[in-house]
Design a protein around this ligand. Structure first.
Ligand SMILES: *Cc1c(COP(=O)(O)O)cnc(C)c1O
Length: 484
């Protein structure tokens, strides 16, 4: 298996090379030369790590089985995940929820980001790259905390996270500024996420800066969701979910539907690859919040990012330029569409029949949180609730769904978004702060606060640097000097 760029550079690379590079120099994303077709699905008795090894050895063919097992065992360990199931499937009378939030930061980003650092350090060894990788990431929340947990104290890496000082939730900020690890640095930026993100992109392209860094034995790298080392590990849980359905009585070969809360199009693209590999999937339901660029596309065949941006309570889906969508357009092989996409222009491309799209308003999302809690006693987070609304709209709309078993990908724990979740259930929770609400939530569900969050409030603040956008570059050198 080799990988090439979506934008024309046809030099074939190994997966290890793409994992170190992240993005192609021509601005494109790396795609596998062919999607492997699975002859036989893993059996129901296989655990998560066995599914992971089975899947990844088909995509990362330049890694030995021993190397892959080493990475997988380090990632999906009892230390990193709070359940041996890793991604448990919770069945309610109408839908199943695949809980992807049992990692260290209680969001689905952990599924890939607990593995990526190991894939990357192994890749550096394999490619004979002696430089220390400086993982540089601007974050609006979930990616930052998850990348910090994944890369902390990983030999051969330093990680620097920039977050918008006033643009992340109270809980997310507390998580980041109390982050431990000898190789981590967390910096607040006086600006919004787009300001921080644009400056990080400029820093990546700054030749003078890169030369100075290389001379010191460092190079920049990214933990961004376009890295093949994040995409491929996400295919695993689609197969794992199916195995669990079969264990629960689904006839082998019978099709299911997946409903995926979507932002950057990484998660649902992994589902599309799983379907192409031969997993019995009827429809992939793309769920958007009010930033509905993707659900509109699947509805109309017109892709248009030029529209107003809304700040919603499902912030990880507040995206108008979904990076991974380029891989789907490449796969459909529509050259004109691909050219327009890279030029950020509106285009038309018949939507592949594998997908449908629906969106949820804030009001519908809140009603879904309440409904699922009242009818099933099960709490879902705002992102998962957007998917629940999409599921309901699809059920009403399509007779094809009859008999098909729907699986909603649950991408965050409700404990990450206490304010939205609790006030959706009852307005009386309006008067509490986020930390008080964690306790209220535990009381309401008669469960303990997840250990990942239990002591968050009391943890020592270790990172209190804030900079202007223009000061981000200098701060990188300050941080690297501190690490020395
Ligand atoms: C990142 C994220 C998403 C969106 O996933 P994409 O792969 O970007 O489409 C949805 N929900 C949560 C909680 C997330 O953190």
């Amino acid at each position: 298996m080799t990988y090439t760029s979506t934008r024309g550079d046809t030099t074939p690379l190994t997966s290890a090379q793409t994992i170190v590079k992240g993005l192609s120099a021509d601005g494109g994303l790396y795609v596998p030369s062919a999607i492997p077709v699975a002859e036989k699905l893993p059996g129901g008795a296989c655990d998560y790590s066995e599914h992971a090894l089975w899947l990844m050895s088909q995509f990362f063919t330049d890694y030995t089985e021993e190397e892959l097992s080493g990475c997988i065992n380090a990632a999906y360990s009892a230390e990193n995940f709070d359940t041996p199931a890793i991604a448990p499937l919770v069945q309610t009378p109408d839908v199943a929820f695949l809980e992807l939030f049992h990692g260290r930061t209680l969001a689905f980003k952990d599924m890939a980001l607990s593995l990526l650092p190991h894939l990357m350090t192994t890749a550096l060894k394999k490619t004979g790259n002696p430089r220390t990788q400086v993982i540089l990431t601007a974050t609006s929340g979930d990616t930052g905390v998850s990348a910090l947990e994944g890369f902390k104290d990983v030999a051969g890496t330093k990680i620097i996270i920039f977050y918008p000082q006033d643009g992340v939730s109270v809980i997310q900020k507390q998580h980041m500024i109390t982050q431990t690890g000898k190789n981590v640095c967390v910096v607040g930026v006086k600006g919004n996420f787009d300001d921080a993100q644009s400056e990080v992109k400029r820093i990546f392209m700054d030749e003078g800066l890169n030369a100075r860094l290389n001379a010191d034995g460092y190079e920049f790298s990214s933990a961004n969701s376009i890295n093949t080392g994040r995409l491929v590990p996400q295919i695993v849980y689609y197969f794992y979910a199916y195995s669990q359905m079969v264990k629960g009585g689904l006839a082998k070969g019978e099709a299911v539907n997946f409903i995926v809360p979507t932002g950057n199009f990484g998660n649902i693209l992994a589902g599309y690859y799983a379907k192409k590999m031969g997993l019995p999937v009827d429809t992939l339901v793309c769920a958007s919040n009010e930033n509905r660029v993707l659900s509109d596309y699947f509805d109309t065949g017109v892709f248009d990012s030029d529209r107003p941006f809304y700040v919603t309570t499902s912030p990880s889906m507040d995206i108008l330029v979904p990076s991974n969508f380029e891989r789907l357009v490449y796969d459909v092989a529509d050259k004109a569409a691909l050219a327009n996409l890279s030029k950020k222009q509106k285009f038309t491309m018949p939507a592949p029949a594998d997908f449908v799209g629906y969106y949820a308003t804030e009001k519908e999302m809140r009603a879904a949180i309440k409904k699922v809690f009242v009818t099933h006693g099960y709490l879902i987070d705002p992102h998962t609730a957007v998917a629940y609304v999409a599921h309901e709209k699809h059920s009403e709309n399509s007779r094809r769904i009859n008999g098909l078993r729907p699986i909603i990908l649950s991408t965050a724990s409700p404990y990450k978004f206490p304010k939205t979740v609790m006030t959706s259930i009852d307005e009386k929770y309006e008067k509490y702060d986020d930390f008080e609400l964690l306790e209220q939530m535990a009381e309401l569900t008669k469960r303990n606060i997840p250990t990942q969050f239990a002591n968050l409030k009391k943890q020592e603040v270790l990172h209190n640097t804030t900079v202007e956008v223009g000061g981000m570059k200098d701060e990188i050198f300050n941080a690297l000097h501190r690490f020395l």
